[in-house]
Ligand binder design. Structure first.
Ligand code: ADP
Ligand code: MG
Length: 263
């Protein structure tokens, strides 16, 4: 929980309608320091509805920190982060509501081990969305169906494969009906044979026009599914563009070197 109370009158945003053509997320001049470590060094990024933005870059380049600044899991040290037109660093923003509008999925699933698959999904539906029990269960089951796991609803996460757990984590985020999904290397901890089933869920979501920011090492996925590829190095966006162009014709020596190491 954010530890912040929702201010009076703030209930409409971020659930209220917002123009389709306006960018969902706008980052301007975002810097992040951890003590003396300057991790984000002026990042500008806009994400529009329906875009699938893949972020690539070397380990330690600030990809996770950037993603965490988008939904305020980290507070930017300076710069602006807007979501649906509003500054999310405003202390009056209800962070639980904000995050329910941009689900995040991590490398290590982060499911609650003591809850069933179904309960993992209904928890926030009931407490953040305020759904009644029946409505929450119905919605959870339909999201589990979408990721092909309806028959696992009663199981505990420890009984599932890594790929199945990751699909539950995605279903949990989707159940909140987010405007955007953030994925941080969600296939990196999986055995190779389980990567495909998770990427397939992301492909399906992309086809249904879900807006996504996906930090990934899966270059094939980035090339085929992303509408835009963003290359980060040293806390800045070094290059961005159409994936095929960027991958076949990198403009900077840094991206050339990175691609020669990963592809
Ligand atoms: P990436 O996801 O691209 O690997 P990160 O955003 O995780 O990069 O990290 C960027 C840099 O910030 C790294 O040097 C990392 O050690 C450092 N870092 C990340 N999170 C923290 C933190 N909470 N406290 C201190 N340093 C951090
Ligand atoms: Mg990372």
């Amino acid at each position: 929980s954010s530890g912040r109370a929702a201010p009076p009158g703030s209930t409409a945003w971020p659930d209220a309608p917002y123009p389709d053509e306006d960018p969902l997320t706008v980052l301007t001049g975002v810097h992040k320091w951890y003590g003396d470590l300057h991790v984000l060094r002026g990042v500008d990024l806009q994400v529009r509805r329906g875009e699938v933005v893949a972020i690539i870059g070397p380990s330690g380049s600030g990809k996770s920190t950037l993603l965490r600044c988008v939904n305020m899991l980290e507070q930017p040290s300076s710069g602006a982060v807007l979501f649906k037109g509003r500054d999310v660093t405003d202390v009056r923003v209800d962070l639980d509501r904000l995050r329910s509008r941009m689900g995040i999925v991590f490398q290590n699933y982060n499911l609650f081990p003591h809850l069933s698959v179904l309960e993992n999904i209904t928890l926030a539906l009931r407490h953040v969305r305020g759904l009644g029990k029946t409505a929450a269960v119905d919605r959870a089951l339909s999201e589990l169906e979408r990721v092909g796991l309806a028959e696992k609803s009663g199981a505990h996460p420890g009984r599932l494969s890594g790929g199945q757990q990751q699909r539950v984590a995605i279903a949990r985020a989707l159940a909140m009906r987010p405007d955007m999904l953030l994925c941080d290397e969600i296939t990196s901890a999986l055995d190779p044979e389980l990567v495909g089933e998770v990427l397939q869920v992301l492909r399906d979501l992309a086809e249904s026009h879900m807006t996504m920011i996906v930090v990934t090492h899966e270059m094939g996925f980035a090339r085929e599914v992303a509408s835009r590829l963003v290359f980060m190095d040293g806390g800045v966006i070094v290059e961005q563009g159409v994936p095929r162009d960027l991958l076949s014709n990198p403009q900077t020596e840094r991206l050339q070197r990175f691609l020669s190491l990963v592809v």
